[in-house]
Each structure stands twice: as structure tokens, then as C-alpha cells.
Design a binder for this molecule. Structure first.
Ligand code: EPZ
Length: 417
């Protein structure tokens, strides 16, 4: 298993270019199942979750004409298999995104239930409820979600909780349902809006994506998908925080500042200088960091996927900050590892209280999920001596070339087998 070794104490300076958003590519690849023909997706990040999703649509019958550099060309004419197998789904929860498209395309879907994961149980009950509302008949059998749908019919449906992939799943199925679907309490993430735009380019009739109410007029077919994936706002936020924590001067290129407003606001409150341009953000550390409280919320609130990275920053602030996680029930797994590096953090329920310390010290640490791994690498950038991060396969799921990008900024970081 690979490990990443970071030698602390090197300030970061320079420019880093953001890759396409993993959490936009995955639903778009699932959406190709709704179409019959050659789909071309560009600006795709080379990360493991994308490879997994390409393998999954291939398993379902898609031909992969090309998967090189940052583009994927799929031929979805021959989609004929409704079964998403355990060995693929168990490695990536987002595989459940093929449920809605398979029901719409084949009238059947048999998708292994995703296992839980480090950050919580993460059931897909809300996906199932939404698809049942559209007329699918869904049973749970032998660890699989098995759905049958002769014809999906438009419906008015309210999600009990805001769910990003739940909204995407039901929206994709509704795109080919008969009649009008209204989704209330829908997720408002930029990746939801992006998916709706891409589907509309292929002939779908979706209005209101990006708000809590999405209205979909079903159509009979969709043209093949062609698109360039939008920049990854979570990757961008991660490198902005890297610039802040390493007291450097980092310009993050190919990003959308408008997708990261709460993070930019909170970074400014810590005393860090943040200048935004149309497609870039420049972050300059100014010495002492002020403590700032954050509460994670669905978009447009502070993103839960940036909570761990921001906590690392607060471990070095000049005072006490409170970090409240409201989206997932167990997303403080990185706290124990940060404490092993000398951070002073205590947890009461969903709130972590961070008391700033002068310095972190390097240690062997273990990642538990994608964003926790990133936060440990960030800590390593400024800790004394070396930090050895193991289980870096978590990082490889969602960050393209992290060591390379950080090395180019001046970090002393390397991967060892
Ligand atoms: C998406 O996950 C992202 N993944 C996550 O990013 C992100 O953390 C999350 O949205 C929240 O922003 C992808 O887009 C592939 P949810 P998703 O459904 O859709 C509960 C990363 O690091 N819930 O919005 O799975 C759930 O347990 C990943 O890139 C149900 O109870 O998240 C959670 O507490 C991590 N039942 C809350 O809702 C359901 O049927 C929000 O989950 C669905 C969700």
C-alpha cells in the first residue's frame, strides 16, 4: 500500500491548476446510460472513482471507445445489462447513481447496496423513495436493490432530507418519465445544476436545478452527451487552505470562486488574504491565524467536504474555534489523527472544539476517507519533521496528482510504495 511522506516547513508559492470535478463526472457518466450513441466527456480527472464508474458502465453494456488523458468516449447503444455487481459498487458508493438511469433505460435495475463507509451509514433510502414515487417497484434482496419499472410516470415528490446523489438519481429517471415531475427540497449543489444543463443539452426539459425546487418535463429520448466537466470546487478549496496553512502565496487556477463563497468568507475571517478573479483565487497567508467557527450545511452553505481541511487550519489558529458537522453523523475520524500530531481538539456530539497550538509535529497517520486524507497531508505541510500518511488510496479516489501539484508549489512531498 502506498504511503505519502511530507516534510514540514516548506512555504508554498506559485500556481496550481484544478482538475474536473469528480462529483460532477460520476453522475454524468451514469447519465450516458439514458442515451444511445457516442458520448464524449472531457476535462475528466484521472482519479480512481472515475475509472470505477467507467468500468461499471462498461459492465452494463457501454463500449469504451477511448479513455485517455482527460477524456472519455463511450458508446451507449448497447446498454443491455441491468445488474451493477457488488465488487464494483462496494468500492464506490456513488455507483448507486446508475439506479435511476437503468430504470429509465431498461425498465429494470439491480444494484448492490453500497456498504456504509467511514463517514456514516449513508443509506440510499431517499433514492429508493424518490424512484418508487416515479412508479418503480423496488425490493431489497440478497444485498441488492432490485427495481422494476414498466413505465416511469412524473410525480410531485419532496425529499425528507437534502441528498445530492438522491436528487441526481431521481432527476435522471424523471428526464425520461411520462409527464411532469416536481422535486421539492432538492439539493442545490453546482454539480446538480451542471448535470441538469448537460441533460438539457441532450434534449431534456429540466428547470430550477440549483434551487430547492426542480421541475422536469419527461421526454421520450435524449441525444448522446457531449460536455466538458466543471472544475472541482472541493479540490480548489483544499489547495486554497494549503496556501493559507503554509503561510504561502498560492494562486488556484481553473476554479469557480462563485462555487466557494462560504469557504472564501471564512478564510478571510481567519486573516488570510483572498483575491478572486473570474476563474482563479489567490491566497496569501499573513502569519497569525484568527480562530473562526464553521457549521457545515448543504450547498450553498459551508461544504462538509471542506470541513476536515478547515479543521487542520484551525489547529494552528491563535485561539479556540468550534467546528459543527451537520451533514454526516460521523465525519470527525480525522480528529484522532490530528491529535496524534499535537492538535488540541475535543468533540461534544456534532461539534469539535479546536484550541490552536503553536506547532504540529510530524507522525505516522492513517487516512479514513477522501477528505480526511487531504487534511492530514495539509497538516504534514507545516508539522515539524516528517508526516507519513498511509492508506493513500483514499486520496487517489478523488485527487488527481496531489503530490505533483503540491511539489510544484514547493512542498517536500513524495509517495513511497
Ligand atoms: C455527495 O454524497 C458527495 N458525493 C459527497 O462527497 C458529499 O460529501 C455529499 O454529497 C454531501 O455534500 C458525490 O457526489 C459522489 P447526500 P451523497 O446524499 O450524495 C443522508 C466526497 O468526499 N442520506 O447528500 O452520498 C446521508 O447519510 C464525497 O467527494 C440518507 O439518509 O450525500 C448524509 O447524512 C464524500 N438517505 C446526508 O443524507 C439517503 O438516501 C447527505 O447525504 C441519502 C442520503
Amino acid at each position: 500500500m502506498d504511503k505519502i511522506i511530507v516534510e514540514g516547513g516548506h512555504p508554498l508559492n506559485g500556481q496550481v491548476t484544478i482538475s474536473g470535478a469528480k462529483n460532477a463526472v460520476l453522475p454524468v457518466l451514469a447519465a450516458t446510460l439514458l442515451t444511445q450513441g457516442k458520448c464524449k466527456v472531457q476535462a475528466v480527472p484521472r482519479v480512481r472513482d472515475v475509472t470505477t464508474m467507467v468500468r461499471l458502465v462498461q459492465e452494463l453494456g457501454a463500449g469504451v471507445d477511448c479513455f485517455e488523458g482527460d477524456s472519455v468516449v463511450l458508446d451507449t447503444t448497447g446498454i443491455n445489462n441491468p445488474i451493477a455487481p457488488y465488487d464494483l459498487v462496494s468500492t464506490m458508493r456513488a455507483s448507486c447513481l446508475v439506479l435511476g438511469p437503468l430504470l429509465a433505460r431498461l425498465g429494470e435495475a439491480k444494484v448492490s447496496l453500497p456498504g456504509g463507509c467511514a463517514i456514516g451509514a449513508r443509506p440510499i433510502d431517499l433514492h429508493i423513495k424518490g424512484l418508487e414515487a416515479l412508479g418503480a417497484n423496488i425490493r431489497l434482496e440478497e444485498g441488492y436493490v432490485h427495481g422494476i419499472a414498466k413505465k416511469l410516470k412524473g410525480v410531485r415528490h419532496t425529499f425528507d432530507l437534502v441528498t445530492v446523489t438522491g436528487t441526481m438519481n431521481v432527476m435522471m429517471a424523471a428526464a425520461l418519465a411520462e409527464g411532469e415531475t416536481v422535486l421539492n427540497n432538492a439539493a442545490r449543489e453546482p454539480e446538480v445544476s451542471f448535470l441538469a444543463d448537460i441533460l438539457n443539452h441532450s434534449g431534456a426539459k429540466i428547470k430550477g436545478a440549483g434551487t430547492e425546487k426542480i421541475v422536469i418535463q419527461g421526454v421520450t429520448s435524449l441525444a448522446p452527451i457531449e460536455c466538458r466537466i466543471l472544475p472541482d470546487r472541493i479540490e480548489a478549496a483544499t489547495y486554497m487552505i494549503a496556501g493559507a496553512i503554509a503561510n504561502g502565496d498560492v494562486e488556484v487556477l481553473n476554479c469557480v470562486p462563485g462555487h466557494m463563497e462560504p469557504i472564501i468568507d471564512k478564510l478571510r475571517q481567519t486573516g488570510v488574504t483572498v483575491d478572486t478573479r473570474e476563474n482563479s483565487v489567490r491566497v496569501k497567508g499573513n502569519g497569525l491565524l484568527s480562530p473562526v467557527d464553521i457549521t457545515t450545511e448543504p450547498y450553498p452553505g459551508f461544504a462538509t467536504d471542506v470541513q476536515a481541511q478547515f479543521m487542520t487550519l484551525m489547529t494552528l489558529a491563535g485561539g479556540q474555534s468550534r467546528i459543527t458537522e451537520t451533514v454526516f453523523e460521523n465525519r470527525f475520524m480525522h480528529v484522532a489523527e490530528l491529535k496524534r500530531m499535537g492538535a488540541d481538539i475535543s468533540i461534544e456530539g456534532h461539534t469539535a472544539t479546536v484550541r490552536g497550538v503553536k506547532q504540529l509535529s510530524g507522525a505516522p497517520v492513517m487516512a479514513t476517507d477522501l477528505r480526511a486524507s487531504a487534511c492530514l497531508v495539509l497538516a504534514g505541510l507545516v508539522a515539524e519533521r516528517d508526516t507519513v500518511v498511509s492508506r493513500v488510496y483514499h486520496i487517489d479516489r478523488g485527487y488527481q496528482d496531489m503530490e505533483k501539484k503540491l511539489s510544484q508549489l514547493g512542498a517536500a512531498i513524495r509517495r513511497v510504495k
